[in-house]
Design a binder for this molecule. Structure first.
Ligand code: GDD
Ligand code: MG
Length: 369
């Protein structure tokens, strides 16, 4: 059987003031109507059961205790039993290991497709085609990732060196390749070398494996995590109460490490499926504007906004709008390339090309206490 695990516990400050501790990026409707998390789950559902009700039984969400209520509200289709609630944030290796252990109890051969909750995918059929190839690769015993052709020396991604030089993908069906090495978040200098070499792909943050294979890799490279998972397993054999108690006791002490650093950089025999499906990690307000629907002057703004001689602006209104007679209007006159974000308690105005600097506002507010 095939299961999907969506990682939905991340924080993040690049979408301030929309993102907050209680409402991180994956819970925001950054690109249209639904939160990124809900879009992720709906997109991946066909992998589990070719659609239909049974599919939701194989969709798992890993998130933090403080995000349970908004996560359930964003995705009511996922039952409480499929919510892996982390009592403390420990990065991605522990929650991936916990999911693998839980799924392996029923079926160690089950394939788990791990997906980030906060990305955008333009071409869903090609995305599903790549993941189909990755599932087949995982069924053959290889921990498999999805690789995206790099366009610039980004230092916020992992890089995957393929064994043979990557050729042109074009419309050819996605085929798994053997991985020479996996390098998580290199320096700018190394990233530039990797991109220039033509042998590297960006890691899209998706991991596909048989549950038992991931547990074996964790046992080999993160023994402290394996020991903690064993303890949870032993408790699970006693019943759900004992399991929940063990999670509360054990999880906060698990090593806080990403799957990339903790496992992927060390494990041999990895495979990567190159995917060309319009992938974006939606890393800033700038990329949200790039992906948004825009008018003929390049403005993305809520209906009803007044735009006069305004060009290339990104206007976002995330106020809760509790009052039905709230008719506040946003008007832009004679401005270009701005990001304007309104929430119930903050207003952000920043040039689009400086959107990354929003984190300085977050730092300034933190310093104020
Ligand atoms: N449940 C849970 N618990 N989810 C988490 C946690 C956690 O403690 N920490 C992060 N996540 C979720 C995030 O919400 C996101 O969906 C996903 O896991 C990846 O975490 P990020 O924090 O966004 O990782 P990253 O972007 O720095 O790096 C990863 O993604 C890149 C592609 O976007 C790595 O896999 C890189 O190699 C990769 O290139
Ligand atoms: Mg990310």
């Amino acid at each position: 059987s095939i299961h999907v695990l969506i990682l939905a516990g991340g924080a993040g400050t690049r979408f301030w003031p929309a993102s907050r501790a209680a409402r991180p990026k994956q819970l925001l409707p950054l690109l249209g109507g639904e939160p990124l998390l809900a879009a992720t789950a709906r997109r991946a559902l066909p992998l589990c059961a070719r659609g239909g009700r049974a599919g939701w039984e194989r969709v798992w969400i890993a998130t933090g205790q403080h995000l349970v209520a908004p996560t359930r509200a964003a995705l009511p289709e996922v039952s409480e039993r499929r919510l892996l609630v982390e009592p403390a944030p420990r990065n991605t290796a522990p929650c991936i290991g916990w999911a693998a252990a839980t799924i392996a109890r029923d079926d160690p051969e089950a394939v788990v497709v791990v997906l980030p909750s906060d990305h955008h995918i333009a071409d869903v059929p090609r995305f599903l085609e790549a993941l189909g190839a990755a599932v087949a690769s995982a069924q053959g015993g290889a921990i498999t990732t999805i690789g995206v052709r790099p366009t610039h020396p980004e230092t916020g991604f992992g890089y995957i060196e393929v064994e043979e030089a990557a050729g042109e993908e074009g419309a050819a069906p996605a085929q798994p390749r053997r991985v020479r090495r996996f390098v998580e978040k290199p320096s700018h200098e190394r990233a530039a070398e990797f991109v220039a070499s033509g042998r590297f792909l960006w890691n899209a943050g998706m991991f596909i494996f048989r549950a038992g294979d991931m547990l074996a890799a964790i046992r080999a490279h993160l023994p402290a995590l394996a020991a903690g998972l064993d303890e949870i397993d032993r408790a699970a054999a006693l019943g759900p109460g004992a399991e929940a108690e063990a999670v509360l006791r054990v999880f906060p002490g698990l090593p806080a490490v990403s799957i990339d650093h903790g496992v992927m950089e060390h494990v041999a025999g990895l495979a990567v499926v190159p995917g060309d499906f319009g992938w974006s990690d939606v890393g800033s307000w700038q990329s949200a504007w790039e992906l948004a629907d825009k008018d003929e002057r390049g403005n993305s703004a809520p209906a009803g906004s007044v735009l006069i001689d305004a060009h290339g602006n990104h206007v976002v209104d995330l106020r809760a709008r509790a009052a039905p007679d709230d008719r506040r209007v946003i008007a832009l006159v004679g401005v270009e390339g701005l990001v304007v974000v309104e929430t119930d308690d903050a207003l952000l105005i920043v040039p689009r090309d400086r959107a990354q600097e929003v984190k300085h506002a977050v730092d300034a507010l933190k310093a104020r206490g």
